[in-house]
Design a protein around this ligand. Structure first.
Ligand SMILES: Cc1cc2nc3c(=O)[nH]c(=O)nc-3n(C[C@H](O)[C@H](O)[C@H](O)COP(=O)(O)OP(=O)(O)OC[C@H]3O[C@@H](n4cnc5c(N)ncnc54)[C@H](O)[C@@H]3O)c2cc1C
Length: 390
């Protein structure tokens, strides 16, 4: 499918294979996503370390998408309604509990808005795709609390009247304990020479406390000093602090993941996406791996129906295809994924004078590209169909 194995084009390839034209995600009047061309890495002072081409620019057959989450969801929802029909998509319902039997499952829901219980649903097969705080996972495995990383990411969105680089580039700067990312997420604005800038600052923070505090609105003052450290960097002419100053609302997300599971096989129930393997937001893998799970589940279902092994055969094959490989992504992302290049550069240049650092980055960028960035990319799981077609 893609010449860049395991990279985000694998995810967009699954979507096009489902029959969703890429234009739906890309057109400014619809998904408005950028076709991302590159990821570039800078030190905290603003020295260029390395860059990697991604998506079509890297020779993949499908693009890497950078999108506004709500617009991406709206595109998917519209396609689900078109393909499945209105009556199959039931919103405003929260899963609360399940009862698992030999050949069926009973699921319980409540109305999200009113918490009124809804009639139980009997089904042959259930897939929990309910994210990091998955209730389905909790119902299957008990209350194993997610693991706090000691880090928080502050996110914001702002508009800039100029583009950065080619208008399709993701930029990162910093080091292990403080790093900043920004990238464009509106094709419509890019075409007008503007930049709808999605930015994030990842920094060390103590445990936030109860679940309700994992995500909260933040003030610029909480992060001003940390942003000032990156003042030597300019994106579309602005420093990270200046981008944050243009931002109306800043949200802080405490970063959690879970230890990899031993199996996704729970008889007639399975897990998918962050519910199965919550990923730290490095390397653009979270959404990609969730979509690739769905692809593997579809392939396993077709195979099981053809072989007559039923739902249990399907769940077992899916678990065999995806549990171990996604567990490796969880571990690789704990080590910062491709962003680890910032840590390696900071550690190896520690104590150097400014000019010496600049020269070191120019001399060692290619090595870090191969040893850190490409090593991570090459270790990402491959599309199950691409593997089967070989
Ligand atoms: C700050 C931050 C930035 C990120 N940035 C990126 C990025 O740039 N690129 C990337 O690829 N990944 C990124 N990720 C990771 C990415 O968001 C996740 O890996 C991805 O969303 C996982 O998809 P999912 O469908 O499994 O879970 P989710 O996107 O979490 O979706 C779960 C859904 O289940 C619903 N739900 C929850 N509980 C229930 C219930 N009881 N009943 C019914 N429905 C329920 C939720 O409302 C939600 O709609 C980021 C994560 C964070 C925290």
């Amino acid at each position: 499918m893609s010449k860049v194995p395991g990279c985000s084009p694998c995810g967009s390839g699954v979507l096009t294979d489902l029959g969703i034209p890429l234009e739906k995600f890309h057109a400014p009047s619809e998904g408005d996503a950028i076709f991302t061309s590159a990821v570039e890495y800078f030190t905290a002072e603003g020295f260029f370390i390395s860059s990697e081409k991604v998506g079509l620019a890297a020779g993949a057959s499908q693009p890497q998408l950078s999108a506004h989450r709500a617009k991406f969801h709206s595109t998917l929802l519209a396609e689900c309604l078109r393909v499945l029909g209105q009556e199959k998509v039931i919103l405003n319902s929260r899963f609360t509990q399940l009862e698992s039997f030999e050949d069926h499952v009973i699921l319980h829901f409540e109305k999200t808005t009113t918490k009124d219980p809804m009639p139980p649903v009997r089904c042959d097969f259930a897939v929990g795709a309910d994210g990091l705080k998955s209730r389905v996972c909790r119902a299957l495995l008990g209350d194993g609390a997610p693991r706090y990383t000691g880090r928080m990411i502050y996110r914001g969105l702002c508009e800039v009247e100029a583009i950065h680089a080619d208008g399709c580039t993701v930029s990162l700067c910093g080091h292990e304990n403080g790093n900043f990312i920004c990238y464009p997420i509106s094709e419509g604005m890019r075409e007008k020479g503007q930049f709808l800038c999605n930015w994030g600052l990842c920094v060390l923070r103590t445990h936030p406390g109860g679940e309700e505090k994992w995500t909260s609105e933040a003030t610029l003052e909480e992060i001003r000093e940390e942003l000032e450290e990156f003042g030597g960097n300019r994106f579309a002419g602005l420093t990270p602090l200046q981008l944050a100053e243009r931002t109306e609302k800043i949200i802080g997300w405490s970063l959690f993941d879970r230890d990899p599971l031993e199996s996704f096989d729970f008889g007639s129930v399975t897990l998918l996406g962050d519910a199965a393997h919550p990923l730290l937001p490095y390397g653009s893998q979270g959404a990609t791996q969730a979509i690739m799970d769905a692809e593997a589940l579809g392939v396993s279902y077709q195979n099981a129906m053809a072989k007559g092994t039923g739902i249990r055969g399907c769940v077992k094959e899916y678990s065999d295809l995806r549990c171990e490989v996604t567990g490796k992504v969880v571990i690789a992302n704990r080590d910062m994924g491709s962003t680890a290049v910032l840590r390696v550069a900071a550690v190896e240049t520690q104590g150097m004078a400014v000019d010496e650092k600049r020269t070191w980055c120019a001399e060692h960028g290619k090595r870090l590209h191969d040893e850190v960035i490409q090593k991570y990319r090459a270790s990402m799981p491959k599309s199950v169909r691409a593997v089967a077609e070989r």
